[in-house]
Design a protein around this ligand. Structure first.
Ligand SMILES: Cc1cc2nc3c(=O)[nH]c(=O)nc-3n(C[C@H](O)[C@H](O)[C@H](O)COP(=O)(O)O)c2cc1C
Length: 196
């Protein structure tokens, strides 16, 4: 059986003006685009301005009434995997991303997740939290993550250095992570198709 290549959403975790996500998102998207084995689309939560969760239950149980939430769920459903571009706010996940995770459920199930983080410790702590939420959402998280840390982050964020030049040494790490992500996204695509 020939399967089409996995379709991947690159999801930005922040929405504030001047966000670093506008550097990290296009950087990782550029590296994904160099590969022929996955298709990608950048998903911006600014385009899905949902209220703080305000439904009778998760949409695992009760269909959501909010129209933006319905549009978000529809969009999430169309992908085979999610590459999260993760910031860290007070050692945790950004509220806007957690809210967006909560606004879908079956749409995330049995798909792959991977992570690019940035911040003083490369968002390692918020990504650990996100990995735990992935379990509940029935997402398979990759072992490898990519972390833009400390001096690299500050060189770009504060000193205006070019991100791609600054973190060229991370590109083999990106390849390892994307290879693993691709394996899981493809395996789960096939498994979902055969159990439909
Ligand atoms: C409310 C808030 C809390 C923050 N807490 C942390 C933190 O716990 N760890 C960290 O590494 N950076 C922290 N930072 C700094 C962020 O890493 C930095 O502002 C980064 O650019 C945020 O991502 P964004 O620009 O896409 O919003 C915090 C920033 C904000 C606005």
């Amino acid at each position: 059986m020939t399967m089409s290549k996995p379709s991947i959403a690159i999801i930005l975790s922040t929405t504030r003006q001047g966000r670093f996500a506008d550097k990290a998102g296009p950087w990782i998207r550029g590296l994904v685009a160099e590969r022929a084995d996955m298709a990608s689309e950048l998903l911006d939560l600014r385009d899905y301005p949902m209220p703080f969760f305000d439904e009778p239950a998760s949409n695992a149980w009760v269909p959501s009434k909010n129209e933006v939430a319905q549009r978000w769920q529809h969009k999430v459903a169309s992908f085979d995997g999610y590459l999260f571009v993760v910031a860290e706010y007070n050692r945790g996940l950004t509220a806007v991303l957690k809210n967006a995770l909560d606004y879908a459920y079956p749409e995330w199930n049995r798909k792959a997740a991977a992570f690019v983080g940035y911040g003083s410790v490369g968002a390692a702590r918020s990504i650990e939290q996100l990995r735990l939420s992935c379990i509940e959402l029935q997402l398979a998280p990759t072992r490898h993550g990519v972390h833009i840390q400390g001096s690299d982050f500050m060189a770009v964020y504060r000193d205006g250095k070019d991100l791609k030049q600054q973190v060229r040494y991370l590109e083999p790490n990106v390849t390892t992570m994307l290879d693993e992500f691709h394996w899981w996204a493809s395996a789960l695509m096939a498994a979902r198709a055969s159990s439909r």
